[in-house]
Design a protein around this ligand. Structure first.
Ligand SMILES: NC(=O)c1ccc[n+]([C@@H]2O[C@H](COP(=O)([O-])OP(=O)(O)OC[C@H]3O[C@@H](n4cnc5c(N)ncnc54)[C@H](O)[C@@H]3O)[C@@H](O)[C@H]2O)c1
Length: 221
């Protein structure tokens, strides 16, 4: 990062997960959150006020703030690559929520653009940096459990509409368990075992209609 002192951070996407980020980032001495943006500017303003962030408004306004060096992209998955590209075009580094992009091509394009501009792209999940998965990694690297032959991860849930007040994106392109929760499990497997060589998949639809379970739209399909 340039200069010294706290790094300026801007946050795009003031939805459900933004409380987690703002609650943490506004308490860290090494960063200073300067602006919250959303296509819903009233939502951005409400989150900025709640966490004492001085600026809020549109994405363009955020990208014009010179002191912002890292932009945290908390938009819905379908917007991740496009918003990420806009951040890079403004000369800023981007941290994106998962998934990085909806297809390999736009993910690759984002990484290539960052390299071309000498900027950084990083992406959730960072959970493998935590003590649990780092302990696993050390145990495997040090040969403590011998040569692992298989790894198994399992995830089961009835669906996010029971707790998320705006669950639409989970059922749009870029949603679904593989894109939403898969990154956590795949990141773990890749960190411990290395890159993926081949993939097999199988799917089905369990419910034709789903009902929102929380927030102002609770009870609606
Ligand atoms: N909710 C969670 O518990 C959770 C946990 C981990 C990761 N995530 C990830 O965080 C991201 C956001 O999830 P969420 O639950 O906060 O979603 P959300 O729908 O509650 O919020 C998304 C916000 O992004 C805004 N937005 C959408 N497109 C935009 C654009 N082009 N420009 C500016 N703003 C835009 C929307 O107006 C909305 O306020 C997703 O990628 C999700 O996978 C969410």
């Amino acid at each position: 990062m340039s200069g010294s002192g706290p790094v300026g951070v801007g946050l795009i996407g003031a939805g459900n997960i933004s409380d987690q980020y703002l609650g943490t980032l506004t308490r860290l001495p090494d960063v200073r959150v300067l602006f919250v943006a959303d296509i819903d500017e009233a939502r951005a303003a409400a989150q900025a006020e709640k966490y004492g962030v001085e600026g809020s408004g549109s994405v363009d306004e955020l990208l014009a703030v010179e002191d912002i060096e890292i932009v945290v992209n908390l938009t819905i998955p379908a917007a991740h690559a496009e918003v990420g590209m806009r951040v890079l075009a403004a000369g800023k580094n981007v941290w994106s929520e998962k998934p990085l992009a909806l297809d390999r091509e736009s993910g690759r394009a984002l990484l290539d653009e960052a390299q071309r501009r000498g900027l950084r792209v990083s992406c959730a999940p960072d959970t493998f940096l935590g003590p649990g998965l780092q302990t696993v990694r050390r145990a495997v690297d040090d040969g403590e459990i011998g040569r692992p032959l298989t790894g198994l991860t399992l995830f089961q849930t009835g669906g996010p509409e029971r707790w998320h007040p705006s669950p639409d994106f989970f059922y749009a392109r870029g949603g679904g368990p593989l894109f939403d929760m898969g990154p956590y499990y795949l990141t773990t497997l890749i960190q411990v075992f290395g890159p993926v060589k081949s993939v097999y998949g199988l799917g089905s639809t369990s419910h034709e209609t789903r009902t929102i379970g929380s927030g102002p739209r609770a009870g609606r399909p």
